[in-house]
Write a protein that binds this ligand. Structure first.
Ligand SMILES: *[C@@H]1O[C@H](CO)[C@@H](O)[C@H](O)[C@H]1NC(C)=O
Ligand SMILES: *[C@@H]1O[C@H](CO)[C@@H](O)[C@H](O)[C@H]1NC(C)=O
Ligand SMILES: *[C@@H]1O[C@H](CO)[C@@H](O)[C@H](O)[C@H]1NC(C)=O
Ligand SMILES: *[C@@H]1O[C@H](CO)[C@@H](O)[C@H](O)[C@H]1NC(C)=O
Ligand SMILES: *[C@@H]1O[C@H](CO)[C@@H](O)[C@H](O)[C@H]1NC(C)=O
Length: 240
């Protein structure tokens, strides 16, 4: 008699326990990017930046409010320490925020979804036009590479993923062109307007002015771009 009563009861109890357990992995309360990175280890620089800029709080709030989700590229401490020394200190507060925002895609992306994204991708830093904050992704199967025009990085690992937030380890700090595009060294205050080193006006205006020979125009254009790129690389090296 007792046994017959107990069996259904314990079954119900058992079911109750398993459903409770199944829900357990989701941390109580809203998703917390800092806690995720702390748990993963080797992200202390990123955590410090997220805290100093308050972007960590912002990400948490966004996760709580948006249904698009977020994707975060997390450079390791090694990635930060392999930057040229003084790189972070040379940034203004706003640039630090932009640098971090450049590591955040305003939607949830699984690894396989990267294959269908078109370049350049829009990050939370905004404007993905060339020279601003473009971020390109190339994939081969589950391998994902990222190019910013300054650095080429690889997605090394999935740190965290749920249906709303994906956090991927990247082996390099993603340096955006807008901040790290090398500029002319300390131009005299009166001159910059005359010899603007900004590559954007160079392109279109040249194409239209040499319309007599489109091919030559393109070659010249390519040469100018290449020159700019070489100078850029030169100044990046100089900065070290
Ligand atoms: C998120 O996690 C960090 C580190 O564990 C903690 O200091 C912070 O208070 C948490 N934030 C919230 C909103 O729970
Ligand atoms: C999350 O959203 C709920 C309601 O949308 C709000 O009550 C709560 O304060 C939010 N929590 C955080 C940490 O933003
Ligand atoms: C990613 O970059 C590595 C070199 O860092 C290269 O060997 C590999 O072919 C690249 N893969 C893709 C999909 O671009
Ligand atoms: C990113 O992709 C766009 C579109 O394919 C291309 O025009 C641009 O040159 C690429 N930039 C880099 C840095 O790879
Ligand atoms: C990034 O990769 C592209 C194409 O693979 C290459 O042309 C470029 O030089 C690389 N840039 C850096 C900074 O390594």
């Amino acid at each position: 008699m007792m046994k017959q009563l107990l069996l259904p009861f314990s079954l119900v109890f058992f079911l109750h326990c398993t459903t409770t357990l199944a829900q357990a992995p989701a941390p109580s309360g809203p998703t917390n990017i800092t806690a995720i990175l702390e748990k993963a280890g080797q992200y202390s620089t990123l955590i410090r930046l997220l805290q100093n800029t308050r972007l960590g709080d912002q990400i948490n709030t966004q996760l709580n409010n948006s249904n698009q989700g977020l994707t975060v590229f997390a450079p390791t401490d090694n990635a930060f320490s392999s930057l040229k020394s003084g790189t972070l200190n040379s940034l203004t507060d706003q640039q630090k925020v932009q640098l971090l925002q450049f590591h955040v895609i305003p939607s949830f992306l699984s690894i396989s979804q990267f294959q269908t994204m078109s370049n350049p991708m829009l990050t939370q830093a905004g404007n993905s036009n060339s020279g601003k904050f473009p971020l390109n992704v190339t994939t081969s199967g589950t391998l994902v590479n990222i190019s910013t025009g300054i650095v080429n990085a690889s997605v090394a690992n999935t740190i965290y993923t749920d249906s709303q937030l994906a956090v991927y380890q990247v082996d390099k700090v993603l340096l955006p062109l807008d901040i790290f595009r090398p500029s002319a060294p300390a131009p005299a205050p009166t001159k910059p307007l005359k010899i603007s080193p900004s590559p954007s006006p160079v392109g279109p205006s040249h194409v239209t002015s040499v319309d007599s020979s489109g091919a030559m125009g393109m070659i010249r254009n390519a040469a100018v771009s290449f020159g700019v790129a070489v100078i850029s690389i030169f100044f990046v090296s100089m900065k070290s």
